[in-house]
Design a binder for this molecule. Structure first.
Ligand SMILES: Cc1cc2nc3c(=O)[nH]c(=O)nc-3n(C[C@H](O)[C@H](O)[C@H](O)COP(=O)(O)OP(=O)(O)OC[C@H]3O[C@@H](n4cnc5c(N)ncnc54)[C@H](O)[C@@H]3O)c2cc1C
Ligand code: FES
Length: 358
């Protein structure tokens, strides 16, 4: 125990000096950004240097990051941070450009009612500065490149494939690669001109749109006829949940799941725990009855709360919140937690009445 007036312990001293340092760093960052918004101590920020419309709902933002950016691997994503009405919001977006040069591209689809995507489309201008996390994610090409990589994508799910194919194009290795892409219509195909150029350079390109005769979306029979040896090839799959589900089922049928690499932009529909519980929110003092449908994040939102979130699928940790009491289950790991500990609201179910530090 420490007695007042006694010499502080080494741990206490180093914590105090760390806190002091943090305060100074924050002040320094604040004043540096007054001089130039790109000047920060350690934080990655990027200036918008280009805005390119792709389709009626999709726009590419070309960003030049500051010196804290440590680069990315083709297929990785970043958490973009913007301030809207004084509140900072983070959302994950794939880096749609290959890792070379001093800029990177985020290709963003406008979501109906979406806070950040609409703000980017309607409010972001060339010259503005946004925040970025370090690049993250393991949906990437291996260092030892497979001979005949296959990419199966739909809608905005093409963005990681754009980065990976861009890397193959830069290396002159498009021959042997195949892209099967699905879009609502011809005018909804993102980066269409680039795809055609890559096809001229050796990419095997198959574009299916719902405005053509034939099945809509991903169709297992059509796909198997298009790429008969798909189950022998390393494959990268990204698209909306129905496409992901149908494709996974086909790979499972052929016992080829180990060769299928997947990236989701939205969480797969989760089976509902269906258990009504009471949640006490320590900070606001509210007690809510939740209906058990969906994640704790969705249930809290339906009850009128607005917890911070980013990805809504367990990867960004923005919704992490200390659970003070009660039992929860992490849907991703299946782990049951009975101890006080932080939980990710977007992938947790309550298994008893709980108390959150919210
Ligand atoms: C790894 C990864 C990479 C991605 N890459 C790309 C990419 O390259 N390009 C791209 O266009 N997209 C990409 N996405 C998807 C992108 O992150 C989302 O479209 C984006 O986060 C939506 O943000 P928003 O603020 O516009 O929408 P939000 O306002 O966050 O709304 C999104 C959804 O959340 C739900 N929601 C939000 N608020 C509430 C509430 N109060 N109550 C109930 N429900 C609510 C709604 O279902 C809504 O449709 C990626 C996602 C991931 C996980
Ligand atoms: S919102 Fe990203 S982990 Fe929950």
């Amino acid at each position: 125990m420490r007695v007042p007036g006694e010499n502080p312990s080494p741990t206490h001293t180093s914590l105090r000096s760390a806190a002091h340092r943090l305060r100074l760093d924050r002040q320094a960052s604040h004043w540096l950004q007054k001089i130039d918004p790109l000047l920060t101590l350690g934080e990655v920020r990027a200036r918008v240097v280009g805005i390119l419309p792709e389709t009626s709902e999709v726009t590419s933002f070309v960003l030049r990051p500051n010196g804290h950016w440590r680069g990315h691997r083709a297929g990785q994503h970043t958490l973009l941070e913007v301030e809207i009405d004084g509140v900072r919001h983070q959302r994950p977006f794939t880096i749609a450009s290959p890792p070379h040069g001093d800029t990177l591209v985020l290709t963003v689809k406008r979501i109906d009612g979406g806070k950040v995507t609409n703000h980017l489309h309607d409010g972001l201008r060339v010259g503005d500065v946004v925040g970025l996390s370090e690049a993250r994610g393991d949906f990437v090409l291996p260092d030892q490149r497979p001979e005949r990589p296959l990419f199966v994508t739909a809608g905005s799910g093409i963005t990681p494939a754009l980065a990976m194919l861009g890397e193959l194009a830069n290396a002159g290795e498009l021959k042997g690669a195949t892209l099967v892409h699905h879009a609502r219509s011809r005018t909804d195909i993102i980066a269409r001109d680039r795809l055609v150029r890559w096809a001229d350079a050796g990419l095997e390109l198959h574009l299916f749109t719902d405005d053509q005769p034939g099945p809509r979306g991903f169709d297992a029979d059509r796909f198997a006829a298009t790429v008969p040896d798909f189950d022998q090839r390393e494959t990268w799959l990204c698209g909306p949940p129905p496409v992901m589900q149908s494709a996974r089922a086909l790979w499972a049928l052929r016992d080829a799941l180990p060769r299928l690499h997947t990236e989701r932009f939205v969480a797969a529909p989760a089976p509902s725990a269906g258990r009504s519980v009471q949640v006490t929110l320590r900070r606001s003092g509210r007690t809510l009855t939740l209906d058990g449908r969906g994640s704790l994040l969705e249930q809290l939102e339906r009850a009128g709360e607005r917890p911070a979130y980013g990805c809504r699928m367990g990867i960004c940790h923005t919704c992490r919140c200390p659970k003070v009491a009660g039992t929860t289950r992490d849907r991703e790991t299946g782990a049951i937690s009975t101890e006080p500990r932080p939980i990710r609201l977007c992938v947790s179910d309550a298994r008893s009445d709980i108390e959150l530090d919210l």
